[in-house]
Structure formats: C-alpha cells, structure tokens
Design a protein around this ligand. Structure first.
Ligand code: WT7
Length: 648
C-alpha cells in the first residue's frame, strides 16, 4: 500500500432502466434517495425498520452493540431462526403450494419441491440429525452435489441451531479434512457422487480419505444421487434415505439468539490456511433477504436463477437464504453449462421461463467464446433482469450480456461483495439508477462504502484508492472461526474501526464506484500503479479476444513489464501479427503507458474453482520462476504444465 492506483479505464456509456421496468420496480429512484438519506442520518433506526420484515420469536432490545470493535452484535436480545424464516412463514401466507425449488440434474432428471414439501423434508432431516447426536452449536460439514438435499441439509442444520460448513464438491479430500479439523465437525453430509460434464465426481470416496484424517467426525450421512458403488463403514456411515425413513416430520424451529452462529464458510487467503468466515443468524438473514428483494426486484411470479453452487457464499445468500426468505421460486441446476452442449443454460431459461438470471463474468466470457449461435437457438424473452458477481465485469462482456442475453431490455445489476460481507454492498437498484458497463454503481442504502488513500482520507473523483466500509452492517462476518486475531489483522488493522476490503477502486464524477480488483492484482509500471483488470478489459474489447489475464514481470527498466495471457474466440489464429495488433490496441485504448510488453496466446487460463483467474500463478510463469504458493484451489492442474511448456 505505498502509492495510490492510477485508473485508466475509460467508459462513458450509460444505460437508464426502461420506463416499463421503472414503473414496476420495488425501489424507485426517489425511494432510493430517501432510504440512503435515512440510513445515513439514523443507521440503527433504518436497520431496525428493515428487520421488521423478518419473523422474530422475540424482538431485540438493542439494534447494534459496537462497544467492542471489530466484534459487532446485531439485534441484541432478539430470537430468530433462519429455517423458520425461509420456510414456515410461507405455509401461512398463501405460498404453501408455490414451488420453492425447481431442480434439474445434469443428466436431465427433474424435481420440484413446494414450500410445503420443503418444510416436510427439512423437518425430517433436522430430526434425523438430532437422532445422530447433533446438538445446537455443533458443526456439520456439507459436501454435496447441487441437489435439493444440499439446501435441505443447510436448512435442517439452521433449524436446530447446528452450524453448517459447506465445502464445494470440487474440492479435494485434503481440503475436506483441513476444514473438518479446523471446525471440529461432528457429522459430514455427502452423496455417493455428483454429475459434472457427463462424468461422476466421487464425493464419498473423497470423504473416506478425508475422514481417515478427521478425528472429530463420528458420523457420515450419504445421499444416494448416482447409484455409484460406495463403501459404507459400519458404525460411522448411514444412508440419507434410511435415516429419513425413520424420522418424524414434526420439528419446531429452535428459537435462537440473533447472534447464534448460522454457518462457517472457508475462503482461501492469498497465503496461509483457509479462513473460516463466521456468519450469525439475525443480521445475516436481514442482509440476505433485503438485498435479494431490492436488488433483484423480486416479485411473486418470478422464476429466479442464481447459477452459483451452494459451496460458495453466492450460493448461500442468493441460492438459498435470500430467495427462500422472500418466498421466491428458485431454479437449481446441478451440472456444467456446456453439457450436453454449450446451450444448456439457454435451454434451461427457455424451459422454465426464468425471469431473473444471476451469474459470473467468467461464465459470461465462456459463453462469448462459445459463440452466439448457442444463444440464438433459444427464446430468452422471459428474462427481465440480469446480475453479475465475482469479479469486475469487463465492459465488453457487460455489453454482450446486455445485448445478446438481455435483448437490450434487461437492466444489469453488477453486484460487488465478498464472502466476508455476507450480502451485496455495492450495486445498482435496477429501477432506481442508470448503469454504466463495468461499474457496480453505488452502495446499498445503509452501507458506508468509500474509496480512500493510504491514510484513510477520501480520494478525489477519478483517483484510484482502497475500498473500505466505514460503518458496521448487519450481515458482516463476525470473526474468523477460532482466530479473532487474524480477523483483526486481516480486515481491521489498516484503518482503525474501518473495514478493509483489500480491493482497489475509484469513484467517477457521478460518484459511481469502479472496482479494480484485489490490491495485490496491481501492476507497477514505471511508477504508475495500474489495475490488471483495466488492461484486461482493453484486450477483451478487441473483437478477436475471448479472455485475458494480465500480470507483471520484474523488469529492470520499468519496475514491472506488462505480460498478457490471451485466449482467442473460436476461429481466430494465434499469429505474430495479431500479437502486434493487440499491443497497439491496448496502447490506443488506454495509452502508451499500458502497452503490453508481451502477449502470449493460450487455450485456457488457470482459474480457481470459483472461476477467478489465478494471476499469482501466471506471475510465476511470466517471470520464469518455480511457484511456491498454494495451488489447492486451482481448477485444472494441467493448465499450468501446458503454460510452462509453451514457455520453452
Ligand atoms: C472478491 C470477493 C461475493 C460473491 C463472490 C465472490 C471480487 C466480487 C465483484 C464485482 C468487482 C468483484 C472482489 C471481492 N468481486 N464481485 N461485482 N466487481 N469485483 O466472493 O470469493 O469472497 O470474492 O471478488 O475482488 O473482494 P469472494
């Protein structure tokens, strides 16, 4: 954090929501202004009023206790249950027979659960967990394919006050063992296997290997998803269907303290062991439900599809807790976007008349690479709102999403947040604010996000700085599980009393925030700190480029030289002429300062399992170094070997 960051992205297109959208929006422009002003003047009063939308067994007596920062307590003295808010409320408000979950497996099998049916399954599984010895406060690992049972397991834990720790099914046995041990999990819930790109992912086999190194785990519950042969260990392993057959469907939701832990979710730090981000019940449920209602403009007849797996925070907040708290119908799809063909998403949207789609830039860039013909085969007129999350979205990817998927008619909500923030903090409210491609626009009402310099002072318009949040908010993480010190050091030590996001950003003349990515993803070229994302965006707006990753390579002259890894759209040849053309293109787009020193063509880029480009690994390759960092979150190990071989 030495100098500030120079922003070079020039993007001036503005898209106002249509009159038709604005007319029916949950939050209007005037209402948004009113909410922002109210929350700034009286944050506690604002949050208290919003929290009335949840069902509380007992009301709180204090909205926020910030007497021991950074350890916040929200809705002190209140009692509440997340499972009750996601299900029971809807049994008496007219939604009993509404579809809660419409699910499609990768092979094409389908199931629909109404709120009534979901209630029954969750109650039964909650009782099954009790029979297996799970008590309030115990930790339960969930390592499942994206099936309704994954959500049922989460909600059953929440119902009895057990703390779930969901681990994405793409993670290894090693990762499962580490997380079991850190959380001291008592039970693991898994499946025989799941489907991914037509192949079996052997989840139970991974769990067997993990449990050999997880002494705290006494029981493993196995859901039969694929009829894949598994070994069941006597006295430890039980079948989901067996425990369900014996379980009663009567299980009143436990009345839990507002600050009772709801879940732990592990997120990788750039160094060191994964961090167990802890979220609690009342504040998290408020963040999840309120943002979902306002940002996705949710209506009772929407079919809402968040494509994230429940192994990520997006799947927690916007596949399960937020939408179910609002009584929405969610679509859940188990498998890959290109199985059996590259049009699977568009097929699903057409088939289920999906009206709201929430996905990630990495997926959007893959769709662009695969070509528009896969989209054009399908009727996507049911869509009315699109969302993006996970990374800065390159303006050209935004434009493609807007035009090709949204037919030019759907507002796009580019939502900035983190595992740690629990819910979306910076975003358009779609009927209330014009959008600009690549900007997450403005903070949610109630969120005191700002861009500051290294001393914590606000930076002038258009200057780059560090994104921070100056006031606590209800869905903020409470600590790193078992590591209060690391929580303080990581997020609260740069600026006292202020949450440090570790992202770089700038605000434009209209106050719009442009997130530039992690501050460790910056280049220092001849003394200028440039965001790698901005150079990538310039590359991606070249018509032949599908995806780009930009890293610095140590350079005696400039400090860092700009090294670009580029994948091309189908049908383009990786020629030297094209390399030269791309260098010239970047120089033209953002200035000679950013002219790439090197362009390398590649078929794929190294990514985490959540789709983020691992620039750290590319930095090693660019510098011709042997990497020493953690690669356990890498999606495809083959990519690295291939990139290194290309280097020779
Ligand atoms: C980091 C958090 C929270 C959902 C999924 C990722 C980056 C996320 C955006 C966005 C620019 C974004 C940030 C952030 N990020 N959304 N709309 N624009 N950057 O969760 O794995 O905890 O990652 O993702 O760098 O800090 P996560």
């Amino acid at each position: 954090m030495s100098t500030n960051i120079t922003s070079v992205l020039k993007e001036s297109r503005v898209f106002a929501p249509s009159e038709a959208f604005t007319q029916q929006a949950n939050v209007s422009a005037e209402e948004r202004e009113r909410l922002v002003a109210w929350a700034d003047k009286d944050p506690d009063g604002f949050w208290a009023a919003q929290a009335e939308s949840l069902h509380w067994f007992k009301k709180w007596n204090k909205v926020l206790d910030w007497s021991n920062p950074p350890f916040a307590k929200w809705f002190v003295g209140g009692t509440i249950n997340a499972s009750d808010n996601c299900i029971d409320r809807h049994l008496t408000n007219g939604r009993k027979n509404k579809a809660a979950i419409i699910w499609e497996g990768e092979p094409g099998d389908t199931r629909t659960l109404t709120y009534q049916q979901l209630h029954r399954e969750v109650c039964k599984f909650a009782n099954a967990l009790k029979t297996l010895g799970v008590a309030k406060g115990d930790r339960v690992t969930i390592y499942m394919p994206l099936t309704p049972e994954a959500a049922i397991a989460m909600l059953a834990c929440a119902r009895i006050g057990a703390v779930h720790s969901v681990i994405f099914g793409g993670f290894s046995a090693e990762a499962v063992a580490d997380r079991n041990n850190d959380a001291q999990a008592k039970v693991v819930i898994t499946a025989d296997a799941g489907w991914r790109r037509g192949k079996i992912v052997p989840l139970k086999e991974n769990v067997d290997a993990a449990l050999a190194k997880s002494p705290s785990v006494t029981t493993c519950v196995v859901f039969n998803r694929c009829n894949h042969p598994v070994t069941m260990k006597d006295g430890r392993d039980v079948w989901w269907h067996d425990v369900m057959a014996k379980a009663s469907a009567d299980c009143p939701a436990e009345q839990l303290d507002s600050e009772h832990p709801l879940f732990i979710l592990y997120t990788s730090g750039s160094t060191g062991k994964p961090k167990g981000v802890l979220h609690t019940t009342g504040g998290y449920m408020l963040g999840a439900s309120l943002t979902h209602k306002w940002i996705f403009d949710i209506k009772d007849d929407d079919v809402y599809w968040c494509t994230a797996d429940v192994g990520w925070i997006t799947g927690h907040t916007y596949t399960v807790y937020g939408p179910l708290a609002n009584g929405s119908t969610i679509l859940m799809y188990e498998g890959a976007p290109n199985h059996p063909a590259e049009d699977r998403f568009w097929d699903l949207i057409e088939k289920y008349r999906v009206s709201i789609l929430y996905t990630a830039p990495t997926a959007i860039r893959a769709f662009i690479k695969w070509g528009n013909q896969h989209v054009e085969k399908h009727d996507l007129t049911s869509l009315r709102l699109l969302g993006s999350v996970g990374e800065p979205i390159n303006p050209e990817a935004w434009m493609w999403y807007h035009e090709v998927i949204g037919g030019g008619r759907c507002p796009i909500v580019d939502t900035w947040w983190q595992t740690e923030t629990g819910s979306i903090l910076i975003t358009p409210l779609p009927g209330a604010i014009p959008t600009k491609p690549g900007s997450a626009t403005k903070p949610m009402p109630g969120i005191a996000a700002e861009v500051v310099d290294k001393d914590g002072k606000p930076v002038p318009a258009n200057a780059g700085g560090f994104l921070v949040v100056k006031r606590p908010w209800p869905s903020m993480m409470r600590t790193i599980y078992n590591d209060d010190q690391r929580f303080k050091d990581t997020y609260w030590s740069n600026y006292p009393g202020v949450y440090f996001t570790a992202d770089g950003a700038r605000q434009d003349d209209d106050g719009y925030i442009w997130v530039m990515g992690r501050v460790d993803d910056v280049l220092n070229v001849s003394g200028h700190r440039l965001s790698t994302m901005e150079v990538e965006s310039a590359l991606v707006n070249h018509p032949k480029v599908a995806e780009a990753a930009v890293v610095g390579r140590p350079d005696d002259l400039k400090g860092e030289a700009i090294c670009c890894f580029v994948t091309l759209k189908q049908g383009n040849d990786p020629t030297d002429d094209l390399k030269a053309a791309l260098k010239a293109h970047v120089a033209k787009e953002i200035g000679a300062l950013a002219r790439p020193d090197e362009v390398k063509f590649t078929d794929t880029l190294p990514k985490t399992r959540s789709g983020k480009i691992m620039r750290r690994l590319l930095r090693d390759i660019a510098a011709n170094r042997v990497g020493t960092g953690d690669t356990t979150t890498l999606e495809d190990y083959g990519v690295l070997a291939k990139l290194r071989a290309d280097e020779e």
